[in-house]
Structure formats: C-alpha cells, structure tokens
Write a protein that binds this ligand. Structure first.
Ligand code: CDP
Ligand code: CDP
Length: 212
C-alpha cells in the first residue's frame, strides 16, 4: 500500500488534539475519526434511556446496540456528556465494544487520522506517526470554557478547571487503556501556541516520521 499513512493523536481534554487532527487530515487528504465522540454517544444513549451512568451492565448493552447516526454533534458536546463519557470509558466492555469500528476506520487503504486517548497505545500501536498533545490544565480550562460559553452553557472557569482535573485523573488512573503517551509518541505542548503554530509543528513532526 504505497503512501498509506496512519496518524495517531492523543491527549487530555481540550489540549487541542481535535483541532490538530482535523488540520492534519485536511493537509494529507485523509479521513478523520474523533473517537471521543463514540464514548460521548454511548454516554448520551445511556442518559437518554434513563440508565444510571455507572451501570456497567446497561452500558454493555448500549455499546452493542446504539445507533451512530442518531445523535447530532450538538447533543454530544455539552459539559455533562464529557463527564459521563469518561465514566463509561473506564468500563472494559465499553472499550471492547468500540474497538473494532476504530480499527476498521484506521485500516482504510490510504490510511486515516484518529484522535482520542489510546490511539497510539491500543487502537493503532503500529502507526508510524504519533502525537501526544498537551497543555496546562489552566490553558485547557480557558479553551473549554470559551467553547461552552459559546454553546450558551452557564459555566464558570473554576468549575471547568475542576472538571478538567477530575477527568484527567479518571482517564489517567483507569486500568484499561489509561491516558498516557505511547513510548514512540512525540509530545507537543500547545499551551503557548496558536492553532496555526501548533498545526505547523504537528505537520513538521509527521514529516519527520515519514522521512525516518
Ligand atoms: O474533547 P475532549 O478531550 O474533552 O473529550 P473527548 O475526546 O470527546 O472524550 C470524552 C471522554 O471519552 C474522555 O474523557 C475519555 O474518558 C473518553 N475517551 C477514551 O477513553 N478514549 C478515547 N480514545 C477517546 C475518548
Ligand atoms: O479535541 P480537544 O478536546 O483536545 O480540543 P479541541 O476540540 O481541539 O479544542 C481546543 C480549543 O482550543 C479550540 O477551540 C481551539 O480553537 C483552541 N486552541 C487550540 O486547539 N490549539 C491552540 N494551540 C490554541 C487554541
């Protein structure tokens, strides 16, 4: 498969990984999958059905039956869904239920860009180009706060910072596919970078990997 390229982009909430992954996909003409949306869909389907978000038996049923086309992105981006997604994402049956469709997406002939928490470590361990995108919790909270205010949610910066710290701890502390940089990932700290600067740094990293 000449020219096949898989790019794995991981990192914590609001680090800018989605923005970078989209830019990389556009730059290389590759399909893009936001894997966080899959976990958000499972959480949304759980809440819509009236299940307790901690009910692992219900979550296993939901992950094997939910309709990926049923949720407009608008219903997945809210504050409570990010939090609920990280609860279901700690359940091994939920992760197992979402594994195949992520691997299938990555296996497309030309390659793909995927972003999430475990792309470089679990979903695409063979990816030649892996980025681990970070930023300080304060910077990430400010970015997410701005987005949620834009959505019309009544949120405070302190509240969002607390959410981010709690989600970091849950995502990093779980035993199944915890958030961590793959050994061969390149860390990109976007705290002091504009989107443009981060995008050109990311393209530079991928080019370096492709040349290697
Ligand atoms: O955009 P943000 O980083 O806030 O969240 P997201 O990427 O939409 O992911 C929501 C939650 O799904 C995360 O907090 C993780 O718990 C979980 N997730 C995961 O466990 N593995 C992935 N590959 C992607 C998301
Ligand atoms: O996917 P993730 O949750 O990591 O972050 P995102 O959805 O890409 O959102 C990050 C937000 O920070 C967006 O509103 C970006 O415009 C902004 N931002 C960025 O992504 N990268 C920078 N270097 C600076 C700002």
């Amino acid at each position: 498969r000449p020219g096949r390229l898989v790019i794995a982009v991981d990192g914590p909430a609001a680090s800018g990984k989605g923005t970078l992954a989209r830019r990389l996909a556009a730059h290389y003409g590759l399909p893009y999958l936001d894997t966080g949306l899959l976990y958000r869909m499972v959480a949304r389907a759980m809440l819509d059905a009236g299940h307790d978000i901690h009910d692992a038996v219900a979550a296993e049923q939901v992950v094997n039956s939910f309709d990926e086309t049923a949720f407009p992105e608008e219903r997945l981006r809210g504050r409570e869904i990010g939090e609920a997604a990280s609860v279901v994402a700690a359940m091994p049956a939920v992760r197992a239920g979402l594994l195949t469709r992520q691997r299938r997406f990555a296996a497309q002939p030309g390659g793909a860009v995927l972003d999430g928490r475990d792309i470089g470590t679990v979903i695409c361990p063979e990816a030649p180009a892996k980025l681990f995108v970070t930023a300080t919790p304060e910077v990430r909270a400010a970015r997410r706060h701005k987005e949620l205010i834009g959505r019309g949610e009544a949120v405070t910066l302190d509240g969002i910072l607390a959410d981010i710290r709690r989600r970091d701890a849950r995502d990093s502390g779980r035993s199944d596919a915890p958030l961590k940089a793959a050994e061969d990932a390149i860390v990109l700290d976007t705290s002091a970078l504009t989107v443009e600067e981060a995008a050109s740094a990311a393209i530079g990293i991928v080019e370096g990997r492709r040349a290697a």
